[in-house]
Design a protein around this ligand. Structure first.
Ligand code: FES
Length: 171
């Protein structure tokens, strides 16, 4: 099956240049259109998102209604929902912050194309060179929104308690 010929090539690069050419939603629609996604729910598991409000470095997003990854490539923020927990993750790899992570809809994982690292959809490290999970931003809930402080980048190894608390619970 010619997975490599689809717009996403099996993964959805979420770098700025690629995002400007084709949003993750468009790419995902391309995959879905080929019938490669056995589970139609995958079609709703990844998408693009933009803040509903910006105040300095604090960005507000609507809380995701379903599980999956919502990507704001312009601001480098991924809003991920896993079951009833919502995270705001940094889009850059914790191994080398210059590398932009990809979302792989088939496995619901983030992938670093530089050194082939993999992360769970909640940002936990699966394998690869990084010595920590994906970085999180400090978050708080405001009604049906999540407020993300992009000035407060939390690393699992150096700010473990704050990193662990950087979640919002829904429903
Ligand atoms: S830059 Fe991502 S694993 Fe090395």
């Amino acid at each position: 099956m010619a997975l490599h010929n689809t717009p996403c090539a099996g993964s959805c690069p979420i770098g700025r240049a690629r995002f400007l050419r084709s949003t993750a939603l468009t790419a995902l629609a391309g995959i879905a259109g080929t019938g490669l996604l056995a589970d139609p729910a995958f079609a709703q598991s990844v998408g693009s998102i933009a803040p509903t409000q910006s105040r300095g470095k604090v960005l507000t997003y609507s809380l995701p209604a379903k599980e999956g990854a919502q990507i704001d490539a312009g601001n480098g923020v991924i809003v991920a929902r896993v079951k009833s927990t919502v995270y705001a993750l940094s889009i850059t790899c914790p191994h080398r912050a210059v590398t932009t992570l990809e979302w792989i809809p088939e496995t619901k994982e983030f992938h670093c194309p530089k050194h082939d690292a993999h992360f769970q959809s909640d940002g936990e490290l699966i394998d690869g060179r990084p010595d920590r999970a994906m970085d999180r931003y400090a978050v708080r809930r405001a009604g049906q929104s999540i407020m993300v402080d992009t000035a407060a980048v939390l690393q699992q190894d150096t700010a473990h308690d704050a990193w662990s608390r950087a979640v919002v619970t829904v429903g």
